[in-house]
Design a protein around this ligand. Structure first.
Ligand code: GDP
Ligand code: IMO
Ligand code: MG
Length: 431
């Protein structure tokens, strides 16, 4: 029995969906523990492509249970759309998907507030996904959230919704000068009750369910969303999401004690990408940046926005290894580098005063002005794409991986050589 946490080691979109799908072949249960439908996890096999936003990537396997843990903020309407979309593609969620009764609900006003706040920030906006994530987490922490367990079709709960809607309408109108149509409390209440009824067969105490699975000796896989540098505490604040994306979040976001976790697998792209605003020291604005975006099809799986691209940042990775306690690395998108003559690895940064840093400093004004210090290694200019045997990789591709392992002090368990499930090299069994 082994319980493994999968987390993003950069700014998200590292290929977590692909790796979770791959490993879910061995796991009995897959648990999402934070975030919401800001996530977009792509899984490809055969001629099929699935993009999952809230439903764990393990749902595609017949004999797995999938859990949406208490740490998520759930947009019930979007979740139902996703469940129905999966059904159309032949994947049945009933009996396989379980939603925590303690998960918080993304309310319609959260989405309006997300957009209104971004508009107001203008040049300082975060570049959110617009899904209402930040405002929903604010209400959770402010104890004015709505949890699935607490939705009731009665006058006491209705009074609460009246109050919440009235407060948010005032904020939208008077703080944000929002001049779109405001929300009607009665309508919000009715819709909430209907969505709750539709989702009722899936809602339960998922912490108990996970404990039972562990007791029975099944492997549990925890599927992180976003990435370490989007973490509310450890990321490039304020250009982050509103949850703890690091491995520690797997425990609080699912109701499992830290002693039950055996391994932490960090997913990392062979280069770096970021969607939205915020510092990105190794970002490339030249033809190489455009090449990575084109070869890697770097467009957001949730919003379709182009992803910013740059070289591998070992300084960031060292911090990710520390704050997550990463025991193994899965390197993805190695094939995207196949045609490059040389490849750069960032091993330090310098600021404008000439100070050197080996990890990203916390101060926002310094983060913005960092210049990367690079080590340049030869490319392989031959095909790694689609390979499934490590020994068959081009020599310089093996050297690149070995050099990253040497700098980071962590071994790779998986090397991904293409978007499809079958385009993978497994070097070590995680379970
Ligand atoms: P996630 O959010 O971490 O699950 O990642 P996304 O699904 O948002 O983005 C990763 C993208 O890279 C998806 O389009 C995947 O299909 C694709 N992908 C994953 N692994 C590989 C790989 O090894 N090579 C290539 N070329 N594409 C990959
Ligand atoms: P997956 O799970 C990449 C980014 C947004 C924005 C910031 C805050 O697919 O890796 P939010 O809507 O969460 O308040 O936006 O976080 N962001 C992601 N970037 N991948 C994601 O998820 C992301 N989820 C949020 O672009 O910069
Ligand atoms: Mg994604």
């Amino acid at each position: 029995m082994s319980n493994v946490v999968i987390i993003g080691s950069q700014w998200g979109d590292e290929g977590k969906g692909k790796i979770v799908d791959l490993l879910s072949q061995q796991a009995g249960m897959i648990v999402r523990f934070q975030g919401g439908n800001n996530a977009g996890h792509t899984v490809m096999f055969g001629d099929k492509t699935y993009i999952l936003h809230l439903v764990p990537s393990g749902i595609l396997r017949d004999d797995t249970k999938s859990v949406i843990g208490n740490g998520l903020v759930v947009d019930p309407g979007e979740l139902l759309k996703e469940i129905n979309g999966l059904k159309k593609m032949g994947i049945e969620c009933r009996g396989k998907l379980f939603i925590s009764d303690a998960a918080n609900v993304i309310m319609p006003y959260h989405k309006l507030l997300d957009g209104a706040r971004e508009d107001r920030l203008k040049g300082n906006k975060i570049g959110t996904t617009g899904r209402g994530i930040g405002p929903a987490y604010e209400d959770k922490v402010g104890r004015s959230g709505v949890r699935f367990a607490d939705i009731e079709n009665n006058s006491v709960f209705k009074e609460k919704i009246d109050l919440f809607v009235d407060d948010k309408n005032k904020i939208l109108k008077f703080v944000y000068d929002y001049n779109g149509p405001l929300l009607e409390a009665d309508q919000v209440f009715e819709e909430l009750n209907q969505l709750n009824l539709d989702l009722a067969p899936y809602i339960c105490d998922t912490s108990e369910l996970i404990a039972e699975e562990i007791k029975q000796g099944g492997h549990v896989l925890f599927e992180g969303a976003q990435g370490t540098f989007l973490d509310i505490d450890h990321g490039t604040y304020p250009y982050v999401t509103s949850s703890n994306t690091v491995a520690g979040g797997a425990c609080s976001g699912s109701g499992v004690g830290p002693t039950k976790i055996d391994r932490i697998c960090g997913i990392v792209k062979a280069y770096t990408t970021r969607v939205g605003e915020g510092p990105f020291p190794t970002e490339l604005f030249d033809d190489t940046g455009k090449f990575l975006a084109k070869e890697g099809h770097e467009f957001g799986a949730t919003t379709g926005r182009p992803r910013r691209c740059g070289w591998f940042d070992a300084c960031m990775l060292k911090k990710a290894i520390r704050v997550n306690g990463i025991t193994d690395l899965a390197i993805t998108k190695l094939d995207v580098l196949d045609k490059l003559e040389t490849i750069k690895i960032c091993t330090a940064y310098q600021d404008k005063q000439g100070n050197t840093y080996t990890t990203i400093p916390s101060k926002q004004s310094i983060q913005k002005e960092l210049t990367p210090v690079y080590e340049e290694v030869p490319g392989w200019q031959s095909q790694s794409s689609g390979l499934t045997d490590y020994e068959e990789l081009p020599e310089n591709a093996k050297k690149y991986i070995a050099r990253l392992e040497e700098i980071l002090g962590v071994q790779t368990c998986i090397v991904s050589t293409g978007p499809k499930r079958e385009e993978t090299i497994v070097r070590k069994d995680l379970f």
